[in-house]
Design a protein. Structure first.
Length: 197
């Protein structure tokens, strides 16, 4: 069975980032996918120290819960990352995971090895920001997520962003709930999307 690996990056369970992810997964659940959802908050993950162990050996010097995340990235057809906007970027706990993906960069570009180069896999990024809507509200996140999805060799096909969550929480946004569920139900067919509500 094809697998979806979903990361929830907010320290607040059952709030906007988590709920947005859950609505997408609810849609995907109508299809034939094995879904694994992980709360980053529950994992013990060391920050990258830039030691370049991965540049020499192709693996990380730290043996911690990142092994669960590497396993998810290595064995899924769809990777979904849901993270809140903190200081115009993804929050630190989520960025910590991204930095630990230096291992993949090293495998490919320092060691010259193949990592899933020819597999077509999909990556989707979800984010919420407390401040009111401005057209460039999430611009600070996209460059980070672009390099992240490139590192793990996943096609970055979708962004779904919601502004103003401090004023109007997602459970009051019926338009958003219906739209994101519908994307989930059609995940096999959707083309590239950038949606900001
Ligand atoms: C440390 C911190 C930094 C934040 N920075 C921003 C920001 O730069 N822009 C913004 O729109 N909201 C910002 N927020 C608000 C959060 O994006 C908002 O509360 C969001 O709903 C958090 O996601 P959650 O509800 O899933 O926890 C920040 C919140 C915190 C705690």
């Amino acid at each position: 069975m094809k697998k979806v690996f979903a990361l929830m990056g907010s320290p607040r369970k059952n709030k906007n980032t988590d709920k947005l992810l859950n609505f997408l997964l609810e849609g995907i659940r109508t299809l034939d996918y094995d879904i694994e959802k992980i709360y980053i908050k529950d994992l013990d993950i060391h920050s990258c120290t830039g030691c370049d162990h991965c540049g020499k050996y192709g693996n990380c010097v730290f043996k911690d819960d990142m092994s669960i995340v590497y396993d998810g990235f290595d064995n899924s057809e769809i990777v979904i990352f849901s993270a809140p906007l903190y200081f115009n970027s993804i929050n630190g706990m989520s960025k910590n995971i991204v930095d630990r993906c230096q291992k993949y960069w090293s495998i490919k570009y320092s060691l010259g090895k193949n990592y899933k180069r020819n597999e077509r896999r999909k990556g989707i990024f979800l984010s919420v920001g407390g401040a009111p809507y401005t057209h460039n509200h999430f611009d600070g996140t996209v460059g980070v997520m672009d390099l992240f999805f490139k590192a793990i060799n996943v096609d970055y096909i979708g962004n779904y962003f919601i502004s103003n969550t401090d004023e109007t929480p997602i459970e009051e946004r019926i338009d958003v709930i219906n739209e994101i569920k519908e994307i989930g139900e059609n995940i096999d067919k959707v083309g590239n999307f950038y949606i900001h509500r």
